[in-house]
Design a protein around this ligand. Sequence first.
Ligand code: PLP
Length: 420
Amino acid sequence: MKQQTNALHAGYEKDSQGTMVVPIYQTTAYEFRDVEHAADLFALKELGNIYTRLNNPTTDVFEKRFAALEEGEAALATSSGMAAIFYAIANAAEAGDNIVCATQLYGGTLTQAAHTLKRFGIEARFFNVHMPEQIESLIDGRTKVIFFETLTNPSIDVADIEAIVEIADRHGILTVVDNTVATPVICQPLKHGVDVVVHSASKYTTGQGLAIGGILVERRGLVEKIKSNPRYPQFNEPDASYHGLVYVDVPLPLYTLRARLSLLRDLGAVVSPFNSWLFIQGLETLPVRMPVHSANAQKVAEFLVAHPRVEHVNYPGLESDPNHAMAMKYFKNGMCSGLLSFDVGDFERAKEVVDKTEIFSLVVNIGDSKSIITHPASTTHQQLSFAEMEACGVKPGLIRLSIGLEDAEDLIEDLKKALG
Ligand code: PLP
């Protein structure tokens, strides 16, 4: 099936009522037929619903539909994008291990990697996403994950996915990629050899800023990379917390299975069925929305680049942008999503421009149908040191826009007035 068809149908078989809309299974638990049935479900001899912290029929549709859009094997939904990122990493790494991350990351991911994972004994080492060759000198026998974003937030860089995957594969290391900003409509990292894709579903997936959620998707055939790979004993040796289950021996997608049976079971950052339902509604229109976000952002970027009071514009759709060639290599139909940033010189001027806009809402979010303006230095990246800010491409005068689905001419007029 094509992506637009999958966005509307994948993962859902109508119930006996013929319900057109996926029902919300708002329940904590499920009745077992008898004790043997219960035992079989716990032993994975039969697959089925046990308890909504582990699985839920509405969430199951959301997971299957997202996996179809990314052309992955299976997905696991979580309560937030941050939880999806943590699970994707914690599934592979433990105390004493390290991960190698791009410096150009979402601020929350950066603090999770540099500070929170450190307290769990996992060290984050950083490379410049434009210099994949730096990775080689950072990895060792305890490197478990190489993490980066396809289209970075907020620095708007585009990763050379295949160059990074080539290094990772040569060393048998898993690649985990945040594809939130590009979405599978624009870029499908699994097709370029990435092992696991993560998303904040709170962005373009809901599309209307309705709910917080996350998802991780594993590629088909990932078991071959993990089986007998000495870096990942947790998949190759019996899991003492699950009566000796050896994940590589189970004929199920192993990365999401372990994340579900171990991490979701024990840490519990589960998505609510209602939020899964909202995400399903959002996915139905994702392939229709992304071309409009992209076309609007292109027009706004072209306006800003020609404006005398704008020092610099970051948008890969601009031919002059250093990321343009990479975007044309990895992104479909010239689409570059709705995120762009521009520099007006200094902190105070940026605050003034942000405060003067009227259609744009001052919000720390992206991927909404309504346009959003943010000043990263005073909000999302405030907790970072200036050195950390610089390293991930955030300057004091940088303004980030998440271009929505309004008429581009109105957005341009609003920015024209704010810039003065
Ligand atoms: N990844 C990216 C690229 C993001 O922009 C965000 C949030 O802004 C996240 C992950 C975190 O997602 P959430 O807010 O759903 O936890």
